[in-house]
Design a protein around this ligand. Structure first.
Ligand SMILES: [Zn+2]
Length: 457
């Protein structure tokens, strides 16, 4: 097994080599050109986007710079996307939305968000040309993580009509073979196929990667390290942004874990997590478009800036998202990556704008709380729930947090531990919470997305 420390910290490069020799300014000029082209394209090809421009009495030709663009109102969010789909279903008999920019006949792939509430949205709908474009980014990431043609990749997301299914196309386009075992088949099934097929790498949620560490011992009496994976790629949660989670997965599996964010990029081969490296300036305008989550006013892009991320897909044909409010709160980094030297922008997802709490007038993100508490592993398990007795975001202080203590913690020492956690939360998150201790494994874990809140209203 190759130890993580002995590996070189490979520099992340842009997927399109064209950008590797460009300055940030030149990349922005390139993006502005692609943006102007995309705005004209969506205006010509969709009633929805024509209406958006008419509402502001403008034409795509009026938008000359990214700065002009940042000042436009939001074009779409989850709710308007659902309305647009409802209208296209009623008027044209297809569910893709009034913002569809191609003929329904030309759609080669569609997938929805696995959203927990409301109707699914067919956000990930692509033509063949779109898929070919996207495949390059998946291949590029897999290659960065050491996956070659002919390798096998264990793939354990929910299979079927979900966003992650598009990744399967990318794996195949590289010439690698996906071993796609649906996460809903359970740990036993996943491990059985892993043992039989000897995959070189795996793709799953960080929760599942953590869960399999214990399950593998229980079911097989072997360690996940014996699977000999060379890389794990995770998506969908804050996950490996928490140092203890990254370290626990890497130590147990004996390989590097990379996090990625669809259409944006992936994290680098460094011991510390330095965020998602945005390798795709020709695919997505983000992270050059962030707004205040409440006022939706643009926030200036500079190192450390925090805001809600808007997505604008460049070059995609079928169902491009244009000034789409994702609800994801991100922090943008513009300085060179201290881990690998990548010069482009990086970002860290810090939470959901709809998860944001307001305690005594200050914005608080549950993921930030979880991160502080994770520093106390193994005295705590890392599992927490924030107890809400009324609908967020405003919380009557004190904020109540349920925390699982560790397996071998002397109960008499909990008072001291509580004091240390409270101090840390006060220093790092400006919070004075009430802590409710729970026994280990009493807060239910989920393989897809672990809930952050216990809602008692
Ligand atoms: Zn890096």
């Amino acid at each position: 097994m190759i130890s993580v420390e002995s590996q070189m910290k490979k520099k992340v490069t842009y997927t399109n080599p064209l950008f590797n020799n460009m300055s940030e300014e030149e990349i922005l000029i390139f993006q502005e050109k692609a943006l102007r082209k995309q705005l004209k394209y969506v205006y010509r090809n969709s009633e929805f986007y024509r209406n958006k421009f008419q509402e502001i009495s403008a034409y795509p030709e009026d938008i000359k710079t990214i700065e002009d663009y940042n000042r436009l109102p939001i074009f779409m969010d989850k709710n308007t996307e659902r309305e647009s789909q409802k209208e296209s279903l009623e008027r044209f008999g297809h569910p893709f939305g009034m913002h569809l920019c191609c003929s329904p006949d030309d759609i080669a792939f569609t997938a929805t968000t696995s959203g927990t509430s409301g109707n699914p949205t067919f956000t990930y709908t692509f033509t063949n040309q779109d898929l070919n474009f996207l495949n390059r980014y998946i291949s590029h990431m897999l290659e960065y993580g050491g996956v070659d043609a002919g390798d096998r990749v264990l793939f354990n997301h929910a299979l079927g009509i979900y966003a992650t299914s598009s990744i399967l196309w990318g794996i195949r386009s590289l010439g690698a073979l996906p071993i796609d075992v649906d996460v809903r088949g359970g740990s036993n099934m996943i491990l059985k196929y892993a043992k039989m097929t000897k995959p070189n790498a795996a793709m799953m949620t960080p929760s599942l990667a953590l869960h399999l560490i214990d399950k593998c011992k229980e079911l097989n009496g072997m360690s996940v390290g014996d699977l000999n994976l060379q890389a794990i790629f995770t998506v969908g949660e804050i996950g490996i942004g928490i140092p203890e989670t990254k370290k626990k997965i890497e130590d147990a599996y004996g390989c590097r874990v990379y996090d990625y964010l669809g259409e944006l990029g992936f994290s680098c081969d460094a011991d510390d997590f330095h965020g998602i490296h945005c390798v795709a300036p020709d695919l997505c305008l983000s992270p050059n478009d962030i707004v205040d989550p409440e006022t939706k006013m643009p926030i200036e892009i500079k190192d450390g800036a925090i805001g809600e991320m808007l997505i604008t897909e460049l070059n995609l044909q079928a169902l491009p998202r244009i000034r789409y409010a994702t609800g994801d709160m991100v922090q943008v980094f513009t300085e060179k990556c201290p881990g690998c030297g990548f010069k482009g922008k990086r970002l860290k997802v810090i939470g959901r704008s709809d998860d944001m709490l307001i305690v005594k007038g200050a914005n608080v993100y549950p993921s930030a709380i979880k991160k502080v508490i994770s520093n106390f592993i193994p005295d705590v398990t890392g599992e927490i729930r924030i107890v809400l007795n009324s609908p967020p975001p405003r919380v009557d202080p004190p904020l109540r947090i349920k925390i699982e203590h560790g397996f071998n913690v002397d109960k008499n020492l909990l008072i001291n531990l509580e004091e240390r956690i409270k101090n840390a939360l006060h220093t790092e998150a400006r919070l004075t919470p009430e802590i409710i201790w729970c026994a280990p494994r009493t807060l239910e874990k989920e393989l897809t997305k672990t809930p952050l809140f216990e809602r008692n209203y």
